[in-house]
Design a protein around this ligand. Structure first.
Ligand SMILES: O=C1C[C@@H](O)[C@H](O)[C@@H](O)C1=O
Length: 300
């Protein structure tokens, strides 16, 4: 497996500074946010910033393997909004190609309690992915639909259903067990049962519950706001997500690729150590879990 740092964890670093931090933390690669006005991200369609990031990535020997747009309007019923969202994804695919990154995160539109027209919005989402899939394929990029609250694929079952409906190799699942855990959806065994064969990318983070019985609620998509949280973010290995077992299940399902460490320092810095320490600790915990798994496998 290759360990990547996600720039969600480095809000106060420019992209080149974040790449240097990831190298110092012992990581192998980077996933970079693709969004305007975020210090640790690449602005939409900004070729110059992308080329600077590429130069820094080559200098640090930390390849940028993924981009993370925050676009949500791919399930919009408004034609202008929908086309704008498609164009944003086209920009992300083109930028990923320029950087040599082979994956782009996809939010399955926007979907919140009380929203209506599920069928029509799902149709727009399908149309968006069917439009973008061949373009992504051509660019050597896979579109990874995340298990994510505030979208139409909060659960693993919904994510798998969408990806199976699209049925294109360039559209895969972005597996995020921490999201599934704090929304009280599938546990890892249930998640693998429905989407284990579809995984194209993985986000790694951890948490503890402050109130395990509180029903999940999020009015936003990019984050759960402070007043709605029933969890605290933790460094991988010090929360409730069973990462050693999940890594074993990933390998068993044939996923031996990037694990992207998503320290949620951008949103919840009070819960986490400074990124310099948080990424180093995460890398060391994950490497030790992987070493233990390799020992067990070799002993068979
Ligand atoms: O799983 C996630 C949690 C959010 O905090 C973050 O903004 C988002 O990008 C994500 O992937």
């Amino acid at each position: 497996m290759r360990l990547a740092g996600h720039t969600l964890g480095t809000p106060n670093h420019t992209v080149p500074q974040a790449l240097s931090l990831f190298r110092a933390a012992g990581l192998d690669a980077a996933e970079v946010i693709y969004q305007d006005e975020y210090k640790s991200g690449l602005p939409l369609g900004d070729r110059h910033s992308a080329m600077e990031a590429l130069k820094a990535a080559e200098g640090e020997d930390i390849p940028i393997v993924g981009l993370t747009p925050y676009t949500t309007a791919i399930n919009s019923l408004d034609d202008t909004e929908w086309h704008k969202a498609i164009d944003e994804f086209r920009g992300a695919i083109e930028t990923a190609h320029l950087l040599g990154a082979d994956r782009v995160r996809v939010y399955a539109g926007s979907w919140h309690p009380g929203d209506t027209d599920h069928g029509a919005r799902w149709g727009q989402l399908r149309k968006a992915l069917e439009t973008l899939a061949p373009e992504a394929q051509q660019a050597g990029v896979r579109l990874c639909v995340e298990n994510h609250f505030g979208t139409m694929t909060q659960t693993a079952a919904e994510t798998a259903a969408l990806v199976r409906e699209i049925a294109q190799p360039s559209v895969r699942v972005l597996y995020d067990q921490a999201n599934l855990t704090f929304t009280h959806d599938e546990n890892y065994e249930e998640a693998f049962a429905v989407q284990g064969d579809l995984i194209g990318h993985v986000h790694v983070k951890d948490l503890v519950f402050t109130n395990p019985n509180a029903a999940f609620r999020a009015t936003e998509t990019a984050r759960v706001n402070a007043s709605e949280r029933a969890v605290r973010s933790r460094v991988v290995g010090s929360g409730v997500v069973p990462w050693a077992e999940i890594l074993g299940a990933l390998l068993q399902n044939g996923y031996d690729d990037v694990l992207s460490i998503e320290l949620e320092y951008r949103w919840h810095p009070q819960d986490l150590p400074a990124p310099e320490d948080g990424f180093k600790e995460s890398a060391s915990v994950l490497r030790s879990m992987l070493t233990d798994l390799a020992k067990v496998r070799n002993a068979r």
